[in-house]
Design a protein around this ligand. Structure first.
Ligand code: Z5A
Length: 206
């Protein structure tokens, strides 16, 4: 049987604290001598980082082209980083993954669910996270934390960010066994403990 690590994804709106929680979870895991691989979307490979720059700081494009660009970056990340790490039995902690595509491109931009689902399938080859942590925060609070808009998504109107939040909450409600929903206004250490309590029992035992 092929070794399988654990794939944990952190999701939420801008400034929700995803990168903070990826770092705190990685610290806890490394203290236990586990192999930990951290990554972010879009990005995480040289190809993906080039797409990230175009998506976040370029001129912008159609919603369909945006969907395909996020998907191309994801395919590279899955093939080059995530799948090999899981094959070695590592704990993979990723800042955003497919739920962001559903929340932003489907709920936010208004693309059809079937189109988004198709792109996700193509990019991941069916790979799904074992656990998705939703750091839920009213968008106004998250944008305040993130500071002055520094990319094309942060610059969207509040209504867009409200739809994105609803998109994350709907996905979590549809599949509660694979989601942990946390109030992102709690202190970072308290959130990190809640996250670790969900990760620890899912870790592969040797
Ligand atoms: N996007 C998409 O449309 N489709 C897709 O498929 C994918 C992505 C994958 C990527 O940006 C953009 O791409 C994203 C969606 C879109 N939209 N935007 N913008 P990103 O992920 O790089 O950027 P972001 O979501 O805005 O992340 P961020 O601003 O870096 O936020 P974060 O990682 O969630 O938060 P943080 O950096 O950990 O913390 C933010 C601040 O809050 C910082 O000052 C912390 O010290 C503070 N913080 C953190 N935790 C707390 C708590 N618990 N309490 C108080 N303060 C806290």
């Amino acid at each position: 049987m092929v070794a399988r690590g654990l794939f944990v994804v952190f999701e939420g709106g801008e400034g929700a604290g995803k990168s903070t929680q990826v770092s705190l979870a990685a610290e806890r895991a490394r203290a236990l001598d586990l192999e930990v691989v951290t990554c972010r979307e879009p990005g995480g490979t040289p190809f993906g980082e080039a797409i990230r720059a175009a998506l976040l700081h370029g001129e912008g494009t159609s919603a369909r082209a945006e969907l395909l660009a996020f998907s191309a970056a994801r395919a590279a990340l899955v093939d080059e980083v995530i799948a090999p790490a899981l094959g070695r039995g590592a704990l993979v902690l990723c800042d955003r993954f497919t739920a962001s595509t559903v929340a932003y491109q489907q709920y936010g931009r208004g693309l059809e669910a079937a189109l988004v689902e198709h792109a996700i399938e193509l990019a991941t080859g069916g790979l799904r996270p074992d656990l998705q942590v939703l750091l839920d925060l009213p968008p106004a609070r998250g944008l305040e934390r993130a500071g002055a808009a520094s990319d094309r998504f942060e610059a969207e109107r509040l209504g867009f960010h409200e739809r994105v939040r609803a998109g994350f909450l709907a996905q979590a409600a549809d599949d509660p066994g694979h989601w942990l929903v946390l109030d992102a206004e709690a202190p970072p250490e308290a959130l990190a403990s809640a996250v670790w309590s969900a990760i620890e029992p899912r870790l592969p035992r040797s």
